[in-house]
Design a binder for this molecule. Structure first.
Ligand SMILES: *Cc1c(COP(=O)(O)O)cnc(C)c1O
Length: 399
């Protein structure tokens, strides 16, 4: 199931070579068609194009050659027939939900899915009469038990981006197929370089292109990949009219980021594994959530489905949230901020899940994103103020 070394090498050719120049007057990079509309020589040609505004370039909310170029590239990388890009990851996710589920339909969603996705589903449930069941993604049986006659969609995210838990994708794909249920996965964490859900039987793959594809923390984007039939349905039902189209400039930037995706992922993977192992050896670190570690509870599944891991993971410490927030504030290289997938290391601190309580004290959870900096300098940064975690918090510090 996982990608072979040979396929990983091919990925480099796929992202770097596509002979754009032979189709665009020698331009080696895809030109940015910065145009909102496209004109036609005859009204007959215009009428033909209007018959399928998603196949031809008529208006850039529907189609734009620069965006289409990126869509074709990502569809190939994921092994899907077709793809649609959006203004953000949430643009792609909301288009999928609006296209596939209406009043009276039922969706089964992983309970650790990306927060805004869960909020959107809760809203669809409260205001539009879509039934939603959130379940533990590790529990394949749970999915089987949750199926109702009106279940339309399994919404998956594997690994999840907070606790990095996985779902058994091939098992869920065949369970869904047997019941005529569509499967959709948020594959942002793994990217097609490390995980290819369509080859495992999953119908739709979504990404926040804002993360690794862009890779430079300078653009927002999303994509959904799947069969021409499903992408056509999403296109006609919600893509065009919800209006979350990707801008041509953004497609140009994300295309540029995509060229170095595998190079960057190899670097993030190596550095993050080194830093995760360093943290795992600390007596005051209760747990490191990282699918590439020996201690990962779903190791068999990780080895079966993933051919690598990226730069994002979390750990639980035996210090308070307050102390960990001070530690994060004192870091030199790690910036405090949401998102991930760019060149720069990031940190956020929050409360660990309710079960992580030791001696009556709620533990802190720290999410790290490891950028492309020197991993030894990042470890030195982590260590610089670690000893301070054992000092009592002085009154004067909170004044
Ligand atoms: C960031 C993110 C999204 C949303 O993408 P945007 O581009 O911010 O809209 C969805 N899923 C995951 C796992 C994410 O990290």
């Amino acid at each position: 199931m996982t990608t072979s070394e040979r396929d990983k090498n091919r990925f480099y050719t796929e992202v770097s070579h596509d002979a754009v120049d032979t189709r665009h007057q020698g331009a080696i990079s895809m030109p940015v068609y910065q145009s909102s509309l496209f004109a036609f020589e005859t009204h007959q040609k215009f009428d033909e194009a209007m018959r399928d505004v998603l196949a031809a370039s008529v208006y850039s909310r529907g189609n734009n050659p620069t965006v289409m170029y990126l869509e074709e590239k990502i569809a190939r990388l994921e092994g899907g027939e077709s793809a649609r890009c959006f203004a953000s990851g949430m643009g792609a996710i909301s288009a999928v939900l609006f296209a596939l589920a209406g009043t009276g339909d039922h969706i089964v969603c992983v309970d650790q899915a990306y927060g805004p996705t869960r909020e959107l589903l809760a809203d669809l449930s409260a205001r539009f009469g879509v039934e939603v069941t959130f379940i533990d993604g590790k529990d394949t049986e749970g999915f089987a038990n949750a199926i109702r006659p009106n279940t339309k969609l399994f919404y998956l995210e594997s690994p999840t981006s907070g606790l990095f838990e996985m779902q058994d994708l091939p098992a869920l794909a065949s369970l869904a197929k047997a019941h005529g249920i569509i499967t959709a996965i948020d594959n942002s964490w793994a990217t097609p370089y490390f995980q290819k859900p369509i080859a495992m039987g999953i119908d739709l793959v979504m990404h926040s292109l804002t993360k690794y594809f862009s890779g430079h923390s300078d653009s927002l984007g999303g994509v959904v990949v799947g069969s021409s039939e499903l992408i056509g349905l999403i296109g006609h039902r919600s893509y065009l009219n919800l209006g979350a189209a990707m801008a041509p400039q953004t497609a140009g930037l994300i295309t540029r980021g995509l060229r170095t995706l595998p190079l960057r992922l190899e670097r993030h993977q190596a550095s993050a594994l080194k830093i995760a192992a360093h943290l795992a050896a600390k007596p005051d670190v209760a747990r490191v959530n990282h699918p590439g570690l020996e201690s990962y509870p779903q190791k068999e599944l990780a080895e079966r489905l993933l051919s690598g891991s990226g730069g994002l993971f979390s750990f639980v410490t035996r210090h308070s949230v307050e102390k960990m927030k001070q530690w994060a504030t004192d870091l030199d290289y790690f910036r405090i901020g949401v998102s991930w997938g760019g060149y720069e290391s990031l940190v956020t601190v929050g409360s660990a899940p309710a079960k992580d309580v030791e001696e009556g004290v709620a533990l802190a959870s720290v999410r790290l994103y490891i950028g492309i900096e020197d991993p030894d300098e990042l470890i030195a940064d982590i260590e610089r103020n670690w000893a301070k975690l054992y000092e009592p918090i002085l009154e004067s510090q909170s004044l």
